[in-house]
Design a protein around this ligand. Structure first.
Ligand code: APR
Ligand code: PHB
Length: 390
């Protein structure tokens, strides 16, 4: 079997790249180790920056996003029993974000690939990239007893943090940068009316909390918990009691609770690998970097990788111009680190660190007081939240 671009991983990064390249007549094969149902069951974030939404429209997969997604002009930060609004539209000259679940977005991409007759191979076991430093790389995977080989011009690793792509790069060829935070997010999804039409990020002495949503009838709530904690320690009632304690009175009183339909703990980590390329292999999305969810950057940074790689591959195939491919890693990493900085800053601003000193806490309080006393500081926050220029 032969294709132009072999893509490992059928998550949002792999599917979006496959759809964009298809629209420019470039062939791809996507190898996904799990079933489609498994991929679509995962509950992930859902705040899209405007350039991501633009990319979805360019891929002709934006119709349902624009119909069902919610445009958010702002969000709130709550601390000290009050909540203050960050007016994204006013602070950025009109830019906003779209709240649309990653699960729905991935579902739309699958449908678009099906309609286009895209080659998506699920349950592909033992996917391996080979000869990455040679002019003729190839992929192998196992389907049942049969081992299949796919010859490619290029291989793109969109297989997430635990994928095979990054592992296949010789250690001496890369550097990794990591910060593991001493806490996680316990997230709950409920079929209830969201407590607020806009997101509320809360800093509280008992720890961080976030009120988010998926639709007018689907709420997503998070509380900061120790990394060692377990979902079993958090029956729904206890979760909502703790969430309410961390929110301003007006918000907690308005909270409509209900049985959780999903509940999980996600660790918080900052991770980057440099470079995001080895020979004919390019890394994109979570395969190359993990951002703590506090800045709503994970999915958006994956999309910016895809933006750069898509244009670089189009330039290669349409004009034999490889400057985009040559500069892909450097350009993608420049935006990855800006997203890392912002997510790290939001995480430090809003979470309670177990080893924080009274001095650290004063600095956090002062950072928030400064933020809401300075239009310039708020504009800086807003500019990063809506998405920095590509
Ligand atoms: N072979 C084939 N597929 C694999 C392999 C492998 N060895 N390892 C992992 N995969 C698949 C996973 O099953 C998953 O479907 O690769 C896909 C990677 O998808 P994601 O983890 O969603 O990563 P990405 O597409 O880059 O999306 C990044 O996802 O986790 C969120 O916050 C993150 O929002 C960001 C987005
Ligand atoms: C979510 O809705 O899951 C969500 C929103 C914003 C974040 C993180 C997660 O920063």
């Amino acid at each position: 079997m032969r294709t132009q671009v072999g893509i490992i991983g059928g998550g949002p990064s792999g599917l979006l790249l496959s759809q964009l390249l298809h629209r420019r007549g470039i062939e791809t094969v996507v190898l996904e180790k799990h079933s489609r149902e498994y991929v679509l069951e995962r509950i992930r974030a859902g705040v899209l920056e405007h350039s991501f939404a633009e990319l979805m429209r360019e891929a002709q997969v934006g119709e349902r996003m624009d119909r069902e997604g919610q445009i958010h002009d702002g969000f709130y930060i709550a601390h000290g029993g009050i909540k203050k609004r960050v007016d994204l539209r006013a602070l950025t000259g009109g830019k906003t974000v779209i709240v649309y679940g990653q699960t729905e977005l991935t579902r739309d991409l699958y449908e678009a690939r099906d309609q286009a007759g895209g080659i998506l191979i699920h349950n592909a076991a033992d996917v391996k990239p080979h000869d990455l430093a040679s002019p003729h790389p190839y992929l192998t995977y196992r389907l049942g007893e049969e081992t299949v080989r796919i010859d490619c011009d290029y291989i793109v690793g969109c297989d997430g943090f635990h994928g095979v792509s990054r592992q296949s790069i010789p250690k001496e060829k890369v550097r990794t940068f990591e910060r593991v935070y001493p806490f996680g997010w316990l997230g709950v999804l409920t079929r209830t009316e969201p407590v607020s039409p806009e997101l509320i990020y809360a800093r509280h002495e008992r720890g961080f909390a976030l009120c988010s949503l998926r639709s007018p009838t689907l709420s997503r709530y998070y509380i900061q918990v120790p990394l060692s904690d377990s979902v079993d320690n958090w029956p729904d009632e206890q979760f909502f009691d703790e969430l309410r304690r961390r929110l301003p009175a007006g918000v907690s009183e308005a909270m409509i609770t209900g049985p959780s339909i999903e509940k999980s703990i996600a660790p918080l980590r900052s991770f980057v690998i440099e470079p995001m390329r080895f020979g004919k292999l390019f890394l994109a999305g979570d395969a190359g970097h993990i951002l703590p969810p506090t800045g709503a950057r994970g999915l958006n940074t994956a999309a910016s990788d895809i933006h750069y790689l898509y244009h670089a591959l189009v330039d290669h195939y349409s004009q034999r111009d490889d400057r985009g491919l040559e500069s892909y890693s450097q350009r993608a990493l420049a935006r990855v680190w800006k997203g890392q900085r912002f997510s790290w800053w939001m995480t430090n601003l809003l979470h309670r660190f177990p080893d924080s000193s009274p001095f650290d806490e004063r600095i956090q309080e002062t950072e928030l007081a400064y933020l809401f006393s300075s239009e310039k500081a708020l504009a800086l926050l807003a500019e990063n939240y809506v998405g920095l220029p590509l």
